[in-house]
Design a protein around this ligand. Structure first.
Ligand code: GUN
Length: 283
């Protein structure tokens, strides 16, 4: 039997519909949420992500600025742009698209973004608040994963969640958010011994390892919820997740497709963070 799909596109549209209503009210009160996106260089995947963010802003009635800078941009020039955006009153969220060219130190740039405008949730203060459990701007993909699970009606509390991948962008923060939702969390990564023994215990399996079709049915307990965060471009140009969907769907419970699963949620959470930041900055 084939598992039910977790429809990230649909859930995402529901949330965006609600956000649009809130934005219309705010705009009438004189506050238009503003997002600045900075893209350095010409990485093709980053260009697509940035265009999608720009479109989401347009669709929801946000003010948006996209700064496309050449690959040769110096760290100093990038830091001055971030500083300018930090002080710009019509900008409430700043996102510097990663990865950056090698000559620029990512940490210096992330540290320079004003904490209250850090809609990626990557600044060390926001990361610290996430660890402590304080109210903060949450990183978008992990927040999107949790929202998607909850809105699909899946209970997280008391479940054993296994996360594959330990990146700062997804693996680490999603494990913290799952704990916050009262799951028992196990983390696996590229050096984990006997990974299948662990993943086969998962009630909820979140896969963010960045390797196409890495998880097949042999990793999965029958009926487990599968969240695939992977976005891998194959040689034939097609997009593949980290989960071998065709194999896994025959044994799993509800499962996210790629595309149409976690992807749309990430941008929706970015829009939500920008709205939160706009309200906080003006209130
Ligand atoms: N590159 C890949 N994912 C992300 C993200 O969530 N934020 C930023 N800024 N860059 C990324």
């Amino acid at each position: 039997m084939s598992a039910p799909l977790i429809n990230g596109k649909q859930v995402s549209e529901e949330i965006r519909g609600a956000l649009k209503g809130q934005v219309e009210l705010l705009v009438k009160q004189g506050l238009t949420p503003g997002l600045a996106v900075v893209l350095v260089g010409e990485d093709p995947a980053s260009q697509v992500y940035v265009r999608n963010k720009e479109k989401a802003c347009h669709d929801l009635g946000y003010y948006s600025e996209v700064h496309r800078l050449p690959d040769s941009t110096s760290q100093e020039d990038l830091l001055s742009l971030v500083d300018k955006l930090n002080h710009q009153d019509n900008i409430h969220g700043i996102l510097v698209q990663l990865p950056l060219p090698k000559h620029i130190e990512e940490k210096a740039v992330i540290d320079a973004i004003a904490v209250e405008k850090d809609v990626d949730g990557f600044h060390p203060v926001n990361v610290g608040n996430l660890v402590i459990g304080d109210d903060s701007l949450l990183p978008c993909t992990p927040a999107g994963v949790i929202e998607l699970i909850k809105r699909t009606g899946i209970e997280i509390a008391g479940k054993h969640a296994v996360v594959i991948g330990r990146s700062n962008i997804v693996g680490k923060p999603v494990s913290l958010l799952l704990q916050r939702e009262h799951a028992t969390v196990t983390m696996c990564h590229s050096r984990t011994a006997n990974m299948k023994e662990l993943t086969k215990q998962a009630d909820i399996l979140v896969v963010a390892i960045g390797r196409a079709n890495f998880v097949d049915a042999s990793y999965v307990k029958p009926g487990a919820v599968i969240i695939d965060v992977g976005m891998n471009r194959l040689d034939n140009g097609k997009l593949a997740g980290d989960v071998d969907f065709e194999s896994v769907k025959e044994v799993s419970g509800p499962i996210t497709p790629v595309p149409g699963g976690v992807g749309p949620m990430t941008i929706t959470m970015l829009m939500q963070n920008t709205l939160i930041a706009a309200k906080r900055l003006s209130g």
